[in-house]
Write a new protein. Structure first.
Lengths: 328, 429
């Protein structure tokens, strides 16, 4: 780099050789540097839009939200500095904040393992060299694309409504089902089900992982007389742990940030009786309905730390159960 | 890499930067609408919420205004109800508030109190407006908002459904809550439709509390007592028990939606409580004839507790650079018969007596009914109260705590205490 600085502008513009002329020995080093420099400049020009985007649309607002989290900011007036006030209120005075943490934790703890188990089960079933595999794969992947959408959430509300599809089916067997989405005891369950239903993304990753396990292991095990179950436990599962870990980390992060489902299914209130009050939904209500944007910003930072902490714990714990073939 | 391809690369880079700059320039150009506009025209923005039908009417009325004021260009900024305040608050925060905006009484203190609204006294002529209603747009002597029209929260009954159950339309000047509940139970029992649909609208509680001599907002505090809340919830619970209304889950499900999906709107119920300007939507979606009735009372109550409330207000942003043009638009909307001839009762019945005289005959049948009803009960209505800051949250707080009682998650005593704590915190904060 230091050499390139010594190149004068005049020389930088100079080399207009025919492409077939071999470069002179003496001029070679400066030429390569000019070349590099030009390429670097071009690269920065190309990157500029993303850099500008990064600083103006991402880093700037992130820093602003950090500042706002220490203020009382109603959106309509200037922000007033309150120090750690938002944070202490959150943990010591706000019952609904604790409720939203509880609801979200239950949602994550129940739905993520269920979803992963489902995805793995289907991946195993599809991995048997089924005809039209790509068709099935697409069909099962579809809910992943749609699951977070408003349309599906509305559909969910209809399916699990008092006079919905589910109760219609139950009534065939003479069972009078509850209003699944409007009963506080079952509302969260329907959202968990919605999340489990979007098993497509982890399933596709599981499928790819299964393909990487050498067939020879299974053959050797079969020769030794291992049953299918034994093969699954001793070959498939251990070799798949890195993939399971990857999916676990991703899904935990994703489901802590779930918003659309509860927003639409509960009509934006987190009801009935706060049973579907997701963390992000409460954050939104605080910011835009109660005009406490500072508090909402503080909540966003707590969520960030929470997710970072959980991901760290996940990584630490992975040492004890994830098996990387090459390290042992 | 040879020279020519390097040149191309630079060209591509330069082009992409140029394109991006152009795109961002367009974006910011769109935002700064304060400018003079083309041909010496002044552009002002007008924000409002509502249904598609309202959007069409508003576009028409804007066109009429522009026709009469060729130098002013009005840009309608329409959003649906759910996202209206989010959008408005964000725009105010970004110093990009609409010049003229719509607001309802519950949001008035929030926005006026935080200095977002301009004082319209003397700027918008208001002599012909109903002065009592006009006062509802005043806070501490300043006219922050001009009411668009009036409403009353009333009982709505489906006449045909009552006939089918062989019940007569109740005599509403002196009917009691007990009579109402019995009627609902009997209609349900007759089969066909559900008797009544309950709700947790703060307006319902406000009327109920007033009948017991309590104010919903008493200064900067909630004036409703624990006993009143318990008595109010007892009505809901009794309706559920006697099957006069659907169970808690079903009610929560319907309650999450508007008049079109309600029991009345879908011809599945005989009675419900709605704002009088929702009579149109209820009639249209059900195709049945509806009648407005006074709210029932407790036995021996001296006041009916009902009140007249502006359907919404027009306000102007405190930071508008075109306040004169904005005031002109508001003046046109509330004082010009041409505007009223288009809008009719969409934003409540006009309160300008002169305008009302002109459009009276043009009003559709349902509106005539509403007008007759409001005229009839007007003398019994209590004066309008402007709720304090935080009133926008009241509906959610009341609903949440009410549902806890209905679903048996909390005792009425505990829920009442919790409601009072949360509600008082909301208006204090």
């Amino acid at each position: 780099m230091s050499e390139s600085i010594s190149v004068t502008p005049e020389r930088a513009l100079a080399p207009k050789r025919a492409p077939d002329q071999p470069p002179g020995r003496r001029r070679r080093t400066p030429h390569v540097n000019i070349h590099r420099r030009r390429e670097a400049r071009a690269a920065y020009v190309f990157l500029a839009p993303w850099f500008i985007g990064l600083f103006v649309i991402t880093v700037g607002p992130i820093l602003a939200s950090l500042y706002l989290s220490f203020t009382d900011y109603s959106l309509l007036e200037e922000a007033k500095w309150v120090g750690l006030g938002n944070y202490t209120e959150m943990f010591f005075e706000d019952d609904r904040f604790i409720t939203s943490l509880k609801v979200t934790t239950i949602y994550v703890v129940v739905s993520v393992p269920l979803q992963l188990a489902f995805a793995l089960g289907l991946a195993l079933a599809l991995d048997r060299g089924l005809r039209g595999l790509s068709f099935y794969r697409s069909v099962y992947y579809l809910p992943s694309l749609l699951g977070g959408s408003v349309a599906i959430a509305i559909l969910w509300r209809k399916i699990f409504g008092t006079d919905g599809l589910v109760n219609g089916l139950l009534s065939v067997f003479g069972i009078q089902g509850p209003g699944w989405v409007s009963d506080p005891d079952t509302a969260l369950g329907t959202l968990i089900l919605l999340h489990v239903w979007t098993f497509g993304a982890p399933m596709v990753i599981f499928l790819a992982g299964l393909r990487q396990i050498p067939q020879s292991y299974y053959e050797a095990a079969a020769v030794d007389g291992a049953t299918k179950l034994r093969q699954f436990r001793s070959i498939t599962l251990p070799l798949l742990t890195p993939i399971i870990f990857f999916n676990l980390v991703l899904e935990v992060i994703k489901s802590f940030q779930s918003f659309t489902q509860s927003f639409i299914v509960s009509g934006g209130s987190g009801g009935p009786v706060d049973s579907t009050l997701f963390y992000t939904l409460y954050l939104y209500l605080k910011g835009f309905k109660s005009y406490e944007m500072g508090y909402a910003a503080a909540m966003a930072w707590v969520l960030l730390l929470l997710i970072a902490g959980l991901t760290g714990v996940n990584f630490l714990a992975s040492k004890y159960w994830v098996f990387y073939g090459d390290t042992k | 890499m040879n020279l020519s391809s390097r040149k191309t690369m630079w060209k591509v880079a330069a082009l992409s930067v140029a394109v991006l700059t152009a795109v961002t320039a367009c974006g910011s150009g769109d935002g700064g609408e304060g400018g003079g506009g083309e041909g010496g025209k002044t552009t002002i923005t007008f924000a409002y919420w509502g249904s598609d039908a309202r959007q069409k009417l508003t576009e028409q009325v804007i066109a009429k205004f522009e026709e009469k004021n060729p130098t002013i260009d009005v840009e309608g900024d329409f959003s649906n109800w759910d996202s209206y305040y989010e959008k408005l608050a964000t725009k105010v925060a970004a110093n990009d508030a609409p010049d003229v905006l719509s607001i309802e009484i519950r949001g008035l203190s929030e926005y006026a109190g935080r200095g977002a609204l301009a004082d319209l006294a003397g700027k918008v002529p208001s002599a012909d407006l109903d002065q009592q209603v006009l006062a509802s747009g005043q806070i501490e002597g300043k006219q922050y908002a001009i009411p668009t029209g009036v409403n009353a929260f009333s009982m709505v009954a489906n006449t045909a459904a009552l006939e089918k159950a062989k019940k007569e339309l109740p005599e509403d000047t002196n009917w009691t809550w007990d009579q109402w509940m019995t009627l609902a139970q009997e209609i349900s029992a007759a089969g066909g439709v559900t008797g009544a649909e309950y709700n947790f609208n703060p307006a319902f509680l406000q009327i109920f509390a007033a009948q017991r001599g309590e104010k919903f907002y008493d200064g900067n505090k909630i004036g409703v007592s624990v006993d009143t809340l318990k008595a109010w919830w007892a009505i809901h619970q009794k309706l559920i028990e006697t099957k006069g209304s659907p169970d808690a889950a079903k009610s929560a499900e319907i309650g999450a939606t508007g008049p079109e999906q309600s029991l009345l709107g879908t011809n599945a119920g005989a009675m419900g409580m709605w704002w009088s300007n929702q009579l149109n939507a209820l009639t249209k979606s059900s195709g049945s004839e509806m009648t407005l009735l006074r709210m029932p009372k407790p036995e021996g109550a001296t006041t009916g507790g009902m009140f007249l409330q502006p359907a919404m207000f027009y306000s102007a942003s405190a930071k508008s650079e075109h306040s004169a043009e904005g005031a002109k638009l508001i003046d046109f909307l509330v004082n010009d018969p041409d505007a009223a001839a288009i809008l009719l009762s969409d934003r409540g019945l006009p309160t300008n007596s002169k305008v009302l005289d002109v459009v009276k005959t043009k009003l559709p049948e349902t509106d005539q009914k509403t007008l007759a009803f409001i005229d009839e009960v007007k003398s019994e209505l209590s004066p309008i109260q402007v709720p304090p800051k935080g009133a926008l949250e009241m509906e959610d707080i009341l609903k949440r705590n009410s549902e806890e009682v209905m679903f048996g998650k909390a005792t009425p005593d505990a829920a009442a205490q919790k409601f009072l704590t949360e509600a008082n915190a909301a208006i204090a904060g």
